[in-house]
Design a binder for this molecule. Structure first.
Ligand code: DI6
Ligand code: FE
Length: 405
């Protein structure tokens, strides 16, 4: 039996473009889209339910393709220190930074980790997010990484949204391995990753390639292990300095390379050739008061697909709004609102390997979409702060509606 969603404008985002249909209609069967197009042109199918969307603007459900939403504690005090002049690297060198969140995460129970993550993820859900990625990487020992990944699986079971779990054991050196980075990488490759993969907790593997984290050679070992396990990879690359992590990511056919402020043209060419998505994270750029923006014009020139994400994390991007990231991608990086929307739909889905199901409204994909009480899709990047009235449909069912509708 079919559902007919009618009386709406539709922004399909097929091919990463608005493709605005002013008088649109969508047919779904169970969780799937059967047809999208102009009202009055739908195929003749036995419709059992009609939903009047009251002239709202429909977009694909949003996808947040890079978050660290599960962690203990917060780093408000470090924010104060940074405002007084301390740098992110200074704080990390003094035992703060990622290490302080590792302490708080290890000290928290799974239930505590779950409870605070749910609050943050609900903020995203209420903004129209239907799929997201969550990384581990604040446990940094087998039991604590497992706890984080289990919490990620529980979030997926509890909420109506799709969650990809990424193991980021190569995020920072655990306190037990100071000055022994190669030993930690050894342990991650021989023990930690294979074990957590065997337990069914890992969908992808990430690493932090940076002068204050891991070298390209160390990351390559992690990627070799991921390859042996049959897991896709992605990389935090060129965020604070140029390490050519993006080239490494492309060579391993990574789903994405993320951050990329210090990315060079040669590596952009490699990403383009391998289909690696560039994930830009304007929240971290803003919060760290970075002054070097990612090379957007070159990414465009080479035809690299660009996604936008929150990077929701306690240290560099305590961001609870994906729409705010769309705005910042426009104001800080020079993206167009159409590119920003493609960045949180089609290309974000591609960065998670979920493009078959999410990212655009086309027959065969999931009926997971948002009906916004706005007139034009550029408004999604334009309005700052607050909420936009909307209803969120996930796999053919309404899962959220603002009381203001
Ligand atoms: N890059 C980031 O921006 C975050 N992790 C990463 O690899 C920072 C995480 C933190 O400071 O807690
Ligand atoms: Fe990150």
């Amino acid at each position: 039996m079919y559902t007919r969603w009618h009386h709406c404008q539709i922004t399909t985002m097929a091919g990463g473009r608005y493709n605005l249909i002013p008088h649109g209609e969508l047919l779904s069967a169970g969780p799937q889209i059967v047809w999208v197009g102009e009202a009055g042109h739908a195929p003749d199918l036995p419709v059992s339910r009609r939903v009047d969307l009251q002239g709202r603007l429909v977009t694909p459900g949003l996808v947040d393709c890079h978050t660290h939403a599960v962690f203990g504690g917060h780093r408000g005090a470090e924010f104060e220190q940074r405002l007084q002049g301390a740098s992110y690297a200074d704080i990390a060198a003094a035992g703060g930074g990622i290490a302080s969140t590792v302490r708080a995460t290890r000290a928290a129970s799974e239930q505590q980790l779950l409870d605070c993550a749910l609050k943050r993820i609900n903020a995203l859900r209420q903004e129209g997010v239907v799929a997201l990625e969550i990384k581990s990487g604040y446990g940094l020992d087998l039991d604590s990484e497992r706890a984080m990944l289990r919490v990620i699986r529980r979030i997926a079971a509890l909420l109506p949204l799709t969650v990809r779990s990424t193991c980021l054991a190569a995020h920072a050196l655990p306190p037990e391995y100071q000055q022994r980075a190669d030993d930690w990488i050894d342990y991650v490759c021989r023990q930690l990753l294979p074990t957590l993969h065997r337990e069914g907790l890992v969908d992808a593997v990430d690493a932090f390639c940076e002068h204050l984290a891991f070298s390209p050679a160390q990351v390559a070992r992690v990627f070799d292990t991921a390859r042996e396990l049959g897991l896709p990879v992605k990389l935090h690359a060129e965020q604070l300095s140029r390490q050519h992590g993006a080239a490494l990511a492309a060579r391993y056919r990574a789903l994405s390379a993320d951050h990329l402020e210090y990315l060079c043209e040669e590596d952009i060419g490699l990403m383009a050739a391998q289909g690696t998505v560039a994930v830009l994270l304007p929240g971290a750029y803003y919060f760290l008061k970075e002054t070097q923006p990612p090379p957007l014009d070159l990414l465009r020139q080479y035809g690299v697909p660009v996604a936008i994400a929150t990077d929701m994390n306690p240290g560099t991007s305590p961001v609870l709004s994906l729409r705010l990231m769309m705005n910042m991608a426009c104001t800080l990086f020079g993206m167009t609102p159409e590119e920003a929307l493609a960045g949180v739909t089609l290309f974000a889905a591609r960065a998670l390997g979920l493009e078959e199901r999410y990212g655009s409204l086309e027959a065969g994909k999931e009926a997971s979409f948002v009906a916004w009480d706005i007139q034009h899709p550029a408004e999604l990047s334009y309005w700052l702060g607050g909420t936009l009235s909307k209803q969120v449909i996930y796999q053919g069912k309404e899962v959220y509606r603002d009381s203001t509708l």
